[in-house]
Design a protein around this ligand. Structure first.
Ligand code: AKG
Length: 275
C-alpha cells in the first residue's frame, strides 16, 4: 500500500509536487540537525560548497534517513518498486547570509534520463516563507525542458545559477514544512527559493534523487546505493552504506563522488562557479 493518499498522488500528477508528508517527529529532526552540526564542528568546511553533497556517505544517521521506509513507500508509488539512491544534498541557508535558489528544473543539469526519478526534500528545521522555503510553479512539469540562463550570481546555491526566465513568482506555491516533514518534486517542475530572513538556520536534507533502476546518467558518472527492489539494469556502480560516523574511507568516497558530480554539473558550461 502506498504511504501517499490518492489526493496526494493526484497532487503530484497535477502540480508536479506533493507536500507536506509526515516522516519524523520534531525530536528526531533535532537529532539529525545535531548530527549535521557535529560534522560541521568536527571538520570545519566539510559540508560547504561541493562538500554539501553526499553527507549520507559519512553519517549512518543521514544514511538511515535516505533509506527510511515511509520515504521509500512514498517514492515507490511515483517511480516503481526498484529504487536507487543517486545522491543527497544539504541545502542550508544561514541567517544573515544571502543564500537563495534561482528558479530552475532539476532535469536541466542533473543528467538523469529517462525522468523516472523524484527528489525528496526533508525538512530538518521548519521551512517557511520567512526563512526561504522552496516555491513551486504548479503544473510546470507538464511542459518540456525550458531554456535556462547561467547567471553565476552571488548567493545562488545552484552551481551555475541556472535560471528560468519569466516565472510568475506571485503564482508560485510555498512549500511550508515543519521539521520532520518532507515534500517530493518532479524532475521537470520549476522551483526556487528566496532568502532566509529569520534568525535561525533553514536546513533541508535533500535526496537528489531517488531514481528508478532504468535511469541512466548521461552526463558523467554517478555511483548509487540500492534502496529497494532489484537492479535488473546495472547501469551504475554500487557503493556501500556507512557503518560508522566519519571514517577516512567514507570521507575519501564522498570526495570522489563529489568530484564526479562537479564534472556533471559543469558539463557544457564555459565557466566554473564557486560550488
Ligand atoms: O532548498 C532549496 O531552497 C532549493 C532546493 C532545490 O532546488 C531542490 O531540492 O531541487
Amino acid at each position: 500500500m502506498s504511504y501517499l493518499s490518492s489526493n496526494q498522488l493526484k497532487q503530484y500528477e497535477n502540480e508536479g509536487f506533493v507536500s507536506p508528508i509526515n516522516i519524523f517527529s520534531k525530536e528526531k529532526a533535532k537529532e539529525i540537525r545535531d548530527e549535521i552540526e557535529l560534522i560541521e564542528k568536527k571538520i570545519p568546511g566539510e559540508l560547504e560548497k561541493s562538500g554539501r553533497y553526499n553527507a549520507h556517505l559519512i553519517s549512518p544517521l543521514l544514511d538511515e534517513v535516505t533509506h527510511n521506509t515511509k520515504i521509500l513507500d512514498s517514492v515507490q508509488s511515483l517511480i516503481g518498486e526498484n529504487i536507487l539512491v543517486c545522491g543527497t544534498t544539504l541545502f542550508i541557508k544561514n541567517p544573515n547570509e544571502r543564500g537563495f535558489v534561482s528558479y530552475h528544473q532539476d532535469a536541466k543539469y542533473i543528467g538523469l534520463e529517462p525522468h523516472n526519478w523524484v527528489t525528496a526534500w526533508v525538512a530538518i528545521t521548519d521551512s517557511n516563507e520567512t526563512n526561504g522555503c522552496m516555491r513551486m510553479w504548479s503544473g510546470s512539469h507538464k511542459d518540456n525542458l525550458k531554456k535556462h540562463d547561467e547567471k553565476f550570481n552571488e548567493g545562488n546555491l545552484l552551481t551555475r545559477g541556472q535560471t528560468v526566465k519569466n516565472v510568475p513568482k506571485e503564482k508560485t506555491t510555498p512549500l511550508i514544512l515543519k521539521a520532520g516533514q518532507m515534500s517530493l518534486h518532479h524532475p521537470l517542475v520549476v522551483h526556487g527559493s528566496d532568502l532566509n530572513r529569520s534568525n535561525d538556520r533553514r536546513i533541508g536534507f535533500v535526496i537528489q534523487s531517488y531514481i528508478g533502476t532504468n535511469v541512466k546518467q548521461i552526463l558523467g558518472k554517478n555511483s548509487v546505493q540500492l534502496a529497494r527492489g532489484i537492479d535488473e539494469f546495472n547501469y551504475h556502480e554500487k557503493i556501500e552504506r556507512p557503518i560508522s560516523f566519519i571514517n577516512e574511507n567514507d570521507l575519501k568516497l564522498k570526495k570522489e563522488e563529489n568530484d564526479n558530480l562537479q564534472e556533471i554539473f559543469y558539463k557544457g558550461s564555459s565557466k566554473k562557479g564557486s560550488y
